[in-house]
Design a protein around this ligand. Structure first.
Ligand code: ATP
Ligand code: MG
Length: 344
């Protein structure tokens, strides 16, 4: 069955929006607007799977919203909203909790990483997170989901859930006029040179909002001096840049910085090394700082300007939620009919 092409993705309002979120996700969100109908969500229900201070959470929700807009997403042509304003996400997630198997969730590496050693004390929500993520996507029957590399496993789970739902209810799906499948098997869009931006302090760890060290990441709110300082202090090795990509093997910090540079220059690591191979890190870092400041500076300015008017941002979220709800409600009604839940 052919599904209407539609893009969905989300970012958690957990604070410290960083270069990884920008290059791995938001830049792609912006590009996809030209060719697809896009729905971009501030996933606040995902955020509360770990403790969020209720005084800070609304500020973080508005900050991600403002960042979407500052980076170039158009809330009039597409949809920007926060997840908790569309109840169908949580409702569909419950159905998916009953579709997904415990064995599937037990394999999720993000849960293992985030729960850490004290797994017994992690929230049930953190464990069930991938089922909610599947609901986010499938409430809109989205066909394409741009994400960073770290979300690949969760997207595969969303496909497994869609497939099992389509199989388990095949007869009912056909009887309700949806041909051979109700949910699409969503395509992950994980592309470009910066699908996994690494920490500036340790090239083997993902750049992350939750890293205790602010030096490990470039935040979208960092000023030019902070950006320059963090890059100058970023861990490297003593060798100059290689001339070919193969020379980056075993040099995770060098590979990371070259990947960031390539993403900012709309290029590839191979092209960057063709041009800058042989350079010392001091020179390469100076060029990288120029690119970063040139890109993040204007976004930061726009972000700050938007945040001065929280009522305007809340209005955008309310409007986006109203439009998202229309689509999600239709899906949820169909799901109820397919599953056999009586409704009015
Ligand atoms: P948290 O630590 O709270 O999970 P996060 O930095 O992982 O925060 P998310 O809101 O979970 O951010 O993810 C938003 C998007 O950013 C996702 O598509 C995710 O794959 C992408 N992303 C997150 N970190 C990176 C990274 N280091 N490099 C590339 N993409 C990333
Ligand atoms: Mg994450």
């Amino acid at each position: 069955m052919a599904f209407k092409e539609r893009v969905f993705s989300g970012v958690q309002p957990t604070g410290n929006l960083h270069l990884g979120n920008y290059l791995g996700a938001i830049v792609r969100f912006v590009a996809l607007q030209e060719a697809y109908e896009c729905i971009y969500c501030v996933v606040d229900l995902h955020a509360i799977t770990v403790w969020q201070d209720p005084r800070e959470l609304p500020l973080n929700i508005r900050e991600v919203t403002a960042a979407f807009i500052a980076c170039g997403i158009d809330p009039a042509r597409h949809i920007i909203f926060n997840q908790s304003q569309v109840a169908e996400h949580a409702e569909l997630a419950w159905v998916f909790n009953c579709i997904a198997r415990i064995g599937w969730l037990n394999r999720m590496t993000q849960f293992k990483e985030k729960a850490g050693k004290d797994r017994e004390n992690a929230s049930v929500g953190l464990y069930a997170y991938p089922c909610l993520m599947a609901a986010d996507i499938l409430a809109y029957r989205a066909t394409h989901v741009p994400v960073g590399e770290d979300q690949k496993q969760h997207l595969e789970l969303a496909r497994d859930i869609a497939q099992k739902f389509n199989n388990d209810f095949a007869e009912s799906i056909a009887a309700h006029g949806h041909a051979d499948a109700f949910f699409p098997l969503t395509e992950p869009l994980i592309q470009g040179p910066a699908t996994r931006v690494m920490s500036l302090r340790d090239g083997t760890r993902k750049m992350s909002k939750s890293d205790a060290s602010d030096q490990s990441r470039i935040n979208l709110t960092d000023d030019d001096d902070a950006i320059a300082q963090k890059i100058r202090r970023a861990k490297t090795d003593p060798d100059p840049l290689p001339h070919e990509e193969a020379g980056l093997a075993g040099r995770p910090e060098a590979a990371n910085l070259v990947g960031i540079y390539a993403a900012l220059a709309d290029s590839t690591p191979a092209e960057v090394l063709k041009e800058l191979g042989g350079a010392q890190f001091s020179a390469f870092k100076a060029a990288l700082i120029d690119r970063l400041v040139g890109r993040i500076g204007p976004i930061r300015g726009e972000l700050k300007r938007l945040l001065q008017d929280p009522a305007h941002i809340d209005g955008i979220l309310a409007d986006g939620s109203d439009r998202a709800r229309v689509i999600a409600a239709e899906t949820m009604k169909a799901v109820k009919d397919i599953v056999g839940l009586v409704r009015r």
